[in-house]
Design a protein around this ligand. Sequence first.
Ligand code: SF4
Ligand code: SF4
Length: 300
Amino acid sequence: MKQLVLLSGKGGTGKTSVAAAFAHLARHGPSPLPIVLADADVDAANLELVLAPERIEEHPFVGGSVAIIDPALCEACGVCKTTCRFEAVVPGESYRIDPIACEGCAACLFVCPTQAIRMEPQLAGHWYRSQTRFGPLFHAALRPAQENSGKLVTLVKQQARLHALDGGFPALIVDGPPGIGCPVISAASGADLALIVAEPTVAGIHDMQRALQTTAHFRIPSLVCLNKWDVYPEGAQGIESWCQAQGIEVVGRIPFDQTITQAMVRGEPVTAHAPEAPASQALLELWKKVTTRLDAGKEP
Ligand code: SF4
Ligand code: SF4
């Protein structure tokens, strides 16, 4: 089973449109390829907006713990307040913990002389197994102000991978989160191939380079595709020249095409909405090249 991860150095490059088109082409393209999808952008999962999934399973995600003080046991000695390095303890007649400020380190728990403090696991979000018309989708939602998105990404990916292995699916496509932080590393780890979706702007080159640094660090073979390349052809040429000098293949050029927006509004991949549109044709060519490189069909 081969694993493809789609990345971009930042949000808004059209990565999710590419992922949705790949999902459609995997099912209805010239060489059907059964896939499992994972939306690893747990802070703002967008793939479900395009793929209209039907939820099959919902599971809680416990991210971490926060300290709780039992007022009946607290003697207001203040030891926990002086111990807490995160200023999460609020003094009073009996002390209490600010759950937003608490980092869950449990230091206060060990110093409290009256055992008034306990740690309580916090519900940080949910992860889901859904069915789309193009295949199973694993996705998640982190609750507001919750951290640990890297841990949730790892969980979503593990579940998607297990499902793909159990079901004999030859490929897993992971729509990665934007940026370069911990969730991106979680999304990219173990990938056989990364596709970086880049925009030909000055910032876009920098974002692409950051994404490529991450994949190079983990020795993941990487390809680049340019989205809206014709909005700034000189910028597109600059990216291609840079990639060529680094030995990185630019495998696709998707033109600016309002059909993509129309398709998003209708909740459809552009390749399903308007197969003859210039963007759809470019995505089809991109999909063929990426699957050739992924070589998904040859592994048991
Ligand atoms: S250390 Fe224990 S008893 Fe002292 S203020 Fe904190 S919770 Fe209350
Ligand atoms: S668990 Fe850590 S961060 Fe939270 S209140 Fe106790 S000492 Fe402070």
